[in-house]
Design a protein around this ligand. Structure first.
Ligand code: IPM
Ligand code: MN
Length: 353
């Protein structure tokens, strides 16, 4: 008798358009679940729950998340909740407590997707950003003194540990060796100004590069990286960078992919529980209207399958996204020419071709 492989998946639809895009991702996952089964466990977390109960992420629910095989997340953030409560208390808490130390964000333009940068050929845009995901300016170090007075003082400190940076570097260099990469890693930082953190990043980069003599290396300042992403993205294969720089350049990356609607990401703990999400956010203006693009959430679900080792399922999701993407008028919400669920249906159709 053949026993199907089973994977326990936590599902956090979250806020805004999160539930709509997660529904399409689950539709596609169901369509490609052959030879394996996903046991879904829903989590009511996000702004609505917080406003209703005052709870952001009870410890007991974090413990349950930590016991799963993977997590699929829609989006977190609510206009009625003060900034930081959900971002720090929920999203960043999961990333930190589950030690998801790499935020892997592929930046690729699927064939047939319109671009905002006319000089780009589709094959120019094919890189991955390895964003450090547990430290830097996101660590929460710092404080405020005498807030709200003319004498107020606020500090926000960037925390960089050799171990934290090095494990992220190592992931980037190993990733560059994959058959679908080109064997090249670019460090993006601001070493000419952030000399303390930048020095550590550079030393870690050089040390890990020595262990990978077959991988080519380059260094680019983060401001220049923004220019190159627009002018010559083909120079990047694998980019490794710190948490905040990675946050910012991957939004620019999403634009050169054709729009936020197609940009997926993975919060990876290669030795633990990883979480997969579209990087675009909650898009509150589009919530409940069936106008949001679910391709990013669907592609994130594909990354989830790949991380679980379900490579055939992941390949089917990828085929579905590649089938659907060129049929859409735009990757942007409200400009697709299809509703959210119709795009999901197109992807499902493409998974069987
Ligand atoms: C992202 C988001 C988050 C981040 C926010 C919502 C905390 O912008 O995933 O890129 O800054 O990491
Ligand atoms: Mn961001």
């Amino acid at each position: 008798m053949i026993t199907a492989r089973r994977h326990r998946i936590g599902v956090i639809p979250g806020d805004g358009t999160g539930p709509e895009v997660v529904a399409e991702a689950l539709k596609v996952l169901a369509a490609v679940s052959r030879g394996f089964a996903l046991d879904l466990e829903g989590f009511d977390l996000g702004g609505e729950r917080y406003l209703r109960t005052g709870e952001v992420l009870p410890d007991e629910e974090l413990d349950r998340l930590a016991g799963l095989d993977a997590i699929l997340l829609g989006a977190i953030g609510h206009p009625g909740v003060p900034p930081g409560v959900l971002e720090r208390g929920l999203l960043l808490r999961i990333r930190f407590e589950l030690d998801q130390y790499v935020n892997l964000r592929p930046v690729r333009r699927y064939p047939g997707v319109a671009t905002f940068v006319p000089s780009h050929a589709p094959e120019d845009v094919d890189l991955v950003v390895v964003r450090e995901n547990t430290e830097g300016l996101y660590a929460g170090a710092g404080g405020v003194h005498r807030p709200g007075t003319p004498h107020e003082v606020a500090t926000e400190e960037s925390i960089n540990t050799r171990r934290g940076v090095e494990r992220c570097m190592r992931f980037a260099f190993e990733y560059a060796r994959r058959s679908d990469r080109r064997g090249h890693v670019t460090l993006v930082h601001k070493t000419n100004v952030l000399t303390h953190a930048g020095g550590l990043w550079e030393r870690a980069f050089r040390a890990v590069a020595e262990e990978h003599p077959d991988v080519g290396t380059d260094y680019v300042h983060v401001d220049a990286a923004c220019v190159y992403l627009l002018e010559s993205p083909g120079r990047f294969d694998v980019v490794v960078t710190d948490n905040l720089f990675g946050d910012i350049i991957t939004d620019l990356g999403a634009v050169i992919q054709g729009g936020m609607g197609v940009a997926a990401g993975a919060n990876l703990n290669p030795e633990g529980v990883s979480m997969f999400e579209p990087i675009g956010g909650t898009a509150p203006d589009h919530a409940g209207r069936g106008t949001i693009n679910p391709l990013a959430a669907i592609a994130a679900a594909g990354m989830l399958l790949e991380a679980l080792g379900e490579l055939e399922g992941a390949a089917r999701v990828d085929a579905g996204v590649r089938f659907a993407a060129p049929k859409l008028g735009s990757m942007r919400a409200g400009e697709m020419g299809y509703s959210t669920s119709e795009v999901g249906d197109l992807v499902v159709e493409g998974t069987t071709r």
